[in-house]
Design a protein. Structure first.
Length: 363
């Protein structure tokens, strides 16, 4: 069996720079379970036998290179390719291919950079080799497929179509969706047009099907989460800490919480649900933190209650303030006795006085 030793990791595109986290760090570098999210993907790829990774980005490689360098610290060889303008998923794969060393018939893994999953990467590569496919895709099943493009397969797992988001119940012909991990036969990547934006889902894959290519789906219903929203990101971080999402890059043992070095937590503070307390962060007396990520250097005042929320680096949360489903940007200062709920976003550096906001359901 030919093991896949090379991978392209897609970490560019329009939405990745600052949105949607309101945190100054680009999304792939925002800490999840204490390390930049990308670390988990790199470590998982390494554990599956990948040796060479091309990081395809459409903004500055300087964001990634100082942290990951040439990858040797992770046992990898990492190269960086930067697009002048975002080229879309297919265009980015084509652009990164100049750095691949695989022979035309060999497999190359491709990962979307915003997915957290327990996918058995070796099994995907093995399925690809065994089926002789041109491209193989990880498919996952979702309860409500209405928000996704659908990928039906036949009895042998061969992809039969790529369908746009269904608009009527009749159009929901399967609950299988593209889970954002692929194996390409190296030579297939060269058929993607160079130098212009190309979407794999809307152009490359449908085009390959029309041309009679063999696209194989592997349904694997392991842990899978699209980190497209801040709430999903917070969930993913907690699931990494709890061990529900497996990653060799979680620093320390999995458990109910992760308190990083130099963080200071009052003895009677209650921290659980996979919460992370970042380096140098302070948590005051009687605070309760559940399912949340408190980034480095943030300060949580006494008696504050924080659930399912992200508190950016260096932000300050005042005494007794309640956060639920909130995102507070880096360096923001929230005064005492505020109540911020349900998807609220506080911009980086913003200042909210004591007792300025409370939540009312108007009941
Ligand atoms: P298209 O298939 O190109 O239409 O993108 P999409 O909207 O289906 O992709 P999505 O936004 O879901 O992004 C999937 C992954 O590809 C994410 O990890 C993105 O960071 C990455 N990505 C999306 N567009 C680009 C791009 O233009 N360049 C690079 N390098 N990566 C991208």
């Amino acid at each position: 069996m030919t093991e896949a030793k090379e991978a392209i990791l897609l970490v560019g595109g329009k939405g990745t720079r600052l949105r949607p986290l309101t945190v100054h760090t680009p999304k792939p570098m925002v800490p999840a379970a204490g390390v930049p999210f990308l670390s988990h993907q790199l470590a998982r790829a390494r554990a599956a036998g990948v040796e060479h990774i091309v990081l395809a980005t459409s903004y500055l490689a300087e964001v990634f290179e100082p942290y990951f360098g040439d990858g040797s610290g992770l046992g990898l060889h990492i190269e960086y390719v930067t697009e002048l303008e975002p080229l879309g998923t297919g265009g980015a794969i084509r652009n990164a291919a100049s750095r691949l060393t695989a022979a035309p018939d060999e497999p190359v893994l491709v990962f979307n950079g915003d997915i957290l999953t327990g996918l058995d990467i070796r099994a995907l590569a093995a399925t690809h080799t065994a089926s002789g496919a041109d491209v193989s895709l990880h498919l996952t099943r979702v309860e409500d497929p209405r928000a996704f493009g659908l990928v039906p397969t036949d009895g042998d797992g061969r992809v039969t179509a790529f369908l746009e988001k269904p608009e009527t119940p009749e159009q929901i012909v399967t609950d299988q969706i593209n889970a954002g991990a692929y194996v390409f036969r190296r030579s297939v990547i060269d058929t993607v047009p160079a130098g212009r934006p190309v979407s794999v889902e809307r152009e490359t894959f449908p085009g390959l099907l029309t041309a009679g290519a063999h696209l194989q789906g592997m349904v694997d219903s392991t842990y899978w989460l699209d980190l497209g929203t801040p709430q999903a990101f917070v969930r993913g971080s907690a699931d990494l800490v709890l061990g529900r999402a497996p990653s060799p890059a979680v620093p320390g043992r999995c458990g109910d919480r992760l308190v990083l070095p130099d963080a200071s937590v009052a003895p009677d503070a209650k921290i659980g649900g996979g919460s992370v307390i970042g380096e140098g962060a302070l948590v005051g007396a009687g605070a309760r933190i559940d399912g949340s990520a408190i980034l480095a250097g943030a300060v949580v005042g006494p008696g504050a209650v924080i659930e399912d929320s992200l508190v950016g680096a260096g932000a300050r949360i005042g005494e007794r303030t309640v956060l639920s489903g909130a995102v507070v940007g880096d360096g923001a200062r929230i005064g005492a006795d505020n109540e911020l709920r349900d998807g609220i976003r506080v911009w980086c550096g913003a200042v909210l006085p004591d007792g300025a906001v409370r939540f009312s359901s108007d009941q």
